[in-house]
Design a protein around this ligand. Structure first.
Ligand SMILES: Nc1nc2c(c(=O)[nH]1)N[C@@H](CN(C=O)c1ccc(C(=O)N[C@@H](CCC(=O)O)C(=O)O)cc1)CN2
Length: 287
């Protein structure tokens, strides 16, 4: 008998979160006579980054959050970029700062991200914010991992005691997700796999919750999934056949119990969680 997984509709869940947030923003503005403001720094002309930054600013507008775009040429020097970040750190009208990644070759992303004031670091990439998250005392949570956690929570997935397998160990997604899934209150047992994991399929088939964040198109196939598992696809890969995730949706959806699509799964949540962090930054800086 063939199974068809239920879809986790990230677009709808993100919209619901954005509506909830817009109400909170309105209340914040009324109580403080201050509008939260996000400064986005876009370096170079990467087409995908252009789209993401445009979508972030549109989402801000819908939530009544101000946004600024600081567009810089790909050949900007490290010192000039650092000078802009320093200026934004000091600007009381700016509550959140994001530097869109990836940065063009020649710029040291780690150095730039470490220059952002931790209290304005709405991507939660600064080592101080990473450390706080690891210790279970977060100021902000990183947007994509937080979005994944919200998808699980709002889809009614019971995580306690479940085996979560994260495929991917990036600083932005894989590592923080492993921390959040193992956190007290979520209580998963977590395995982290990566490109050098031996017999990957053995590990993925143990997963009650499988997170694919390895950046390889349609890498996880149905035969690598435990029947009934929850499958979260963080991948966004542009191929000749269009936009696909890290999971081969056609075969995976015949085996999984719940699954996120690409597009329309994790991606929209990333932007919703950025808005949440921008409001939280404004709340902590203004109140
Ligand atoms: N400073 C940051 N840089 C990057 C981040 C980040 O969180 N902060 N994450 C990614 C890109 N990203 C946000 O910046 C992002 C990626 C994908 C989506 C999204 O909504 N995807 C849609 C598909 C959109 C499309 O057609 O391309 C989906 O999956 O439905 C939003 C944000 C790297 N850089």
């Amino acid at each position: 008998m063939s199974n068809t997984a239920s879809i986790i509709d990230g677009k709808a869940i993100a919209q619901q979160m954005r509506n909830e947030l817009a109400e909170e923003v309105a209340e914040f503005i009324q109580n403080n006579s201050v509008t939260p403001c996000l400064a986005a720094v876009l370096v170079g002309e990467d087409p995908a980054s252009e789209v993401y930054v445009r979508n972030k600013r549109r989402a801000c507008e819908h939530a009544n959050i101000d946004s600024q775009l600081h567009r810089l040429p790909a050949d900007i020097t490290q010192d000039d970029l650092l000078a802009l970040v320093t200026k934004l750190n000091k600007d009381d009208a700016v509550h959140g700062i994001l530097v869109q990644l990836p940065l063009p070759a020649g710029l040291d992303a780690d150095l730039i991200l470490q220059a952002i004031s931790p209290s304005k670091d709405v991507d939660a990439f600064h080592p101080t914010n990473v450390g706080r998250m690891v210790q279970g005392k977060p100021r902000f949570l990183p947007c994509t991992p937080h979005g994944v956690m919200q998808l699980l929570d709002r889809s009614g997935v019971d995580t306690a005691g479940k085996h979560a397998v994260v495929v991917g160990r990036s600083d932005i997604v894989g590592k923080p997700l492993a921390v959040l899934l193992a956190a007290r209150g979520v209580d998963c047992t977590v395995t982290v796999c990566h490109s050098r994991t031996a017999d990957l399929g053995y590990h993925t088939r143990q997963a009650d919750i499988l997170i694919a964040a390895i950046g390889k198109p349609e890498f996880i196939t149905g035969d690598m999934i435990k029947p009934g598992a929850v499958v979260i696809d963080v991948g966004v890969n542009r191929t000749d056949a269009g936009l696909v995730g890290d999971v081969e949706f056609a075969s995976a959806s015949q085996v999984a119990g719940l699954i996120t699509p690409v597009p329309g799964g994790v991606g929209p949540m990333t932007i919703a969680m950025l808005l949440v962090n921008t409001l939280r930054a404004a709340q902590s800086l203004e109140q």
